[in-house]
Write a protein that binds this ligand. Structure first.
Ligand SMILES: [Zn+2]
Length: 256
């Protein structure tokens, strides 16, 4: 999306405020993804003395969550199968888990999901507190602040998997499909989705479903315009996948 200079300033200021609130201004550079410093912050949160800090710094891609890309994806999909079969385990939702992760988080997957009230990643994947780093925005669009949030999940928290999760009958995609006048600043959402509508024109099957899936693919591509995320993929530290949530069944399938 093209932004005016003033919009860029606002975005930058929002990011600074978010970063400062999150980890302190002096660590903002680290938060933005320069590896070693970022890791230092993360480990400082849970390891008080220097020996522990050195011993705990990860030397591999998946050291924080302890899962590989494929293990993380399998864990998500197994959780969704439990959800669909009405056999949820509701893991990591007791007070012991709250205290366990209070000192530091190590989510095994980062998700960019729609804000739709019917699509709730922690429930649909049968996960709990500290398991998923979820960014939710209507139309699951990857614009600046969403990308920045996922950069944090990838570069600091070392999530090995990043998923864009679209869903059946998405209102934001439907708005982009139908066009027209929108109140407030909704046009900014539609603007970010419109290329997916155009890309899926002429495909056989349901027009909205095709556009939703094209939008998932588009936002996967946009996430990779981030040098932080693209580098993590190239170095084998991160896998990015697209997925589609069926509102009628709750089943989640991968979008290729
Ligand atoms: Zn939606």
């Amino acid at each position: 999306m093209k932004r005016t200079p003033s919009q860029q300033n606002i975005s930058r200021r929002s990011l600074l405020q978010f970063g400062a609130g999150l980890i302190g201004t002096s660590s903002l550079t680290a938060w933005l993804g320069t590896g070693a410093l970022a890791q230092t912050f993360e480990y400082r949160a849970s390891h008080k003395n220097q020996d522990q800090l050195i011993a705990a710094v990860p030397d591999g891609a998946h050291a924080v969550s302890g899962l590989t890309h494929d293990e993380a994806l399998a864990k998500l999909m197994e959780g969704n199968q439990r959800f669909v079969a009405r056999r949820r385990l509701n893991p990591h939702q007791d007070f012991a888990r709250i205290t366990e992760v209070a000192a530091g988080q190590a989510p095994f997957a980062a998700i960019l999901s729609c804000a739709d009230s019917r699509v709730v990643p922690e429930i649909a994947f049968d996960q709990g507190i500290g398991d998923l780093f979820v960014v939710r925005v209507a139309g699951n669009i990857a614009i600046t602040e969403d990308i920045a949030s996922e950069e944090y999940a990838v570069s600091v928290l070392k999530a090995p998997l990043l998923m864009v999760l679209g869903h059946e009958r998405c209102g934001a995609v439907d708005a982009a499909l139908k066009g027209g006048e929108f109140p407030g600043v909704i046009e900014s959402l539609v603007f970010a989705i419109r290329p997916a509508v155009q890309a899926s024109e002429g495909e056989s099957g349901d027009r909205l479903t095709n556009a939703v899936k094209a939008n998932v693919r588009l936002q996967v591509q946009r996430l990779q315009t981030s040098s932080v995320i693209a580098s993590a993929v190239q170095e084998g530290k991160l896998k990015i996948v697209g997925a589609y949530y069926d509102l009628d069944t709750g089943e989640i399938s991968l979008v290729s």
